[in-house]
Unconditional design. Structure first.
Ligand code: ACO
Length: 371
């Protein structure tokens, strides 16, 4: 019997603090007019000091679980796609697993820059289709404000913070993720990167002095690349699936620049109203932009059960990808659950486990010393 991976829950979390273009114009030599006409962005959200990639991811995950009616302990796999993870390791996904009380889940991060959510969705869907798992949480989460140079007008005007999440569930009913394409061109690695802080260029006083821990981007080559692959990606995934463009209800693209989307729409000969665009409110939230846009579309009734949707994205790597899905919504047997309660319980559980680990290490060290 065939198994299908359905998108049954969705959620988003954005920081409360809004930074407008006018706010930015007080910090760098730019203007609301320049940012709006060159990118379409009007404002973005900036994380508070007590927020992080993991906390935003966990908030979005809890929303998604609530929509799907899935208890955290029933999640088999958590994938967090992020360009601004909490650490090189451990994975942000493990922190989310602990925060939400997903006690059974395997958890890992996926690094494919802004294309990460599409890659992650495809990986989770494959794991469900093969029968390996039943339920997955796929999250895109970012605090890009922590890794952009607030003195570099070429980059700081573009990015924002936020997280979005999908719940994927197995079902025998046809629908859900239909097909996907994933591509990379590492020869373009240097046009969009975080040069330092990894093993090639470990953190040092020198890397910090030279601002190498900030996002480095050459806007024009990225723009040219993006306009090419956005339309190509949509066409390729539809050709692969043997699915006609006319039957696609909605395209949910990575939200980087409205001009990139306008070029893609023109190449595909589609009106702009086929595209979900919300970058005016959030800027480029990298891996989070597609699930945030999907959540807003679903919550407003623009994306409905049964609709065919193409997710398409591009980003550092360089990477690009597209995924065709039939939107499902919660499964019929959806129970009412309160993931917030699990979250509270998860906090207590985590504190207990930490304490136990401390006590055990004291006991074992005194045993080793013959105590
Ligand atoms: N305010 C005012 N002027 C600016 C600003 C700013 N914020 N930023 C750049 N400029 C200036 C430049 O210095 C340049 O001045 P010059 O002509 O005197 O040298 C001029 O504006 C034009 O600069 P361009 O780079 O040619 O501007 P362009 O029209 O290409 O727009 C932009 C720049 C918005 C960055 C565009 O290239 C773009 O969107 N590129 C793609 C970026 C992208 O999508 N990145 C995300 C990838 S996803 C990921 O993986 C994170």
């Amino acid at each position: 019997m065939s198994r299908y991976a359905h998108i049954t829950g969705w959620g988003m979390a954005v920081p409360e603090h809004v930074m407008t273009n006018d706010d930015l114009a007080k910090m760098v030599d730019t203007s609301d007019e320049w940012i709006r006409t060159r990118t379409g962005i009007r404002e973005r959200r900036i994380a508070a000091p007590d927020e992080s990639t993991a906390t935003l991811a966990a908030d979005a995950a809890v929303e998604a679980l609530k929509v799907a009616g899935v208890r955290p302990p029933d999640v088999d796999l958590i994938i967090v796609a992020s360009s601004s993870p909490e650490h090189i390791f451990p994975a942000t996904a493990c922190l989310v697993q602990d925060m939400i009380g997903a006690t059974k889940a395997g958890a890992f991060d996926l690094s494919a820059a802004c294309t990460g959510f599409i890659y992650a969705l495809n990986m989770a869907a494959q794991a469900i289709r093969t029968g390996n798992i039943n339920t997955a949480l796929v999250i895109g989460a970012e605090t890009l404000s922590r890794i952009v140079n607030w003195q570099d007008r070429n980059t700081c005007v573009l990015f924002g913070d936020g997280a979005g999440a999908f719940v994927l569930q197995a079902s025998d009913e046809p629908g859900g993720v239909i097909d996907a394409i994933m591509h990379a061109d590492g020869s373009g690695a240097d046009v969009l990167m975080l040069p330092a802080g990894g093993s090639k260029l470990p953190t040092s006083a020198d890397t910090v002095a030279h601002g190498l821990h900030y996002v480095h981007m050459e806007g024009r080559p990225v723009f040219r690349f993006a306009t090419r692959v956005m339309a190509e990606g949509v066409t390729e995934v539809l050709d692969k699936a043997g699915f006609p463009l006319e039957k696609v209800n909605l395209i949910i693209p990575h939200q980087a620049n409205v001009r990139i989307l306008e070029v893609a729409a023109k190449r595909l000969k589609l009106p702009m109203d086929k595209f979900v665009v919300n970058l005016d409110k959030y800027g480029n939230t990298s891996t989070a932009s597609i699930p945030i846009a999907a959540t807003e579309a679903a919550n407003s009734g623009r994306l409905r059960p049964g609709d065919y949707v193409v997710f398409v994205g591009f980003g550092g790597g360089l990477t690009w990808g597209a995924l065709l899905a039939q939107w499902t919504g919660p499964l019929p047997e959806r129970p009412e659950i309160s993931p917030e309660r699990y979250r509270l319980w998860a906090k207590v559980r985590s504190a207990g486990l930490r304490l136990k680990r401390k006590v055990m290490s004291k006991v074992s060290s005194s045993e080793n010393m013959g105590g």
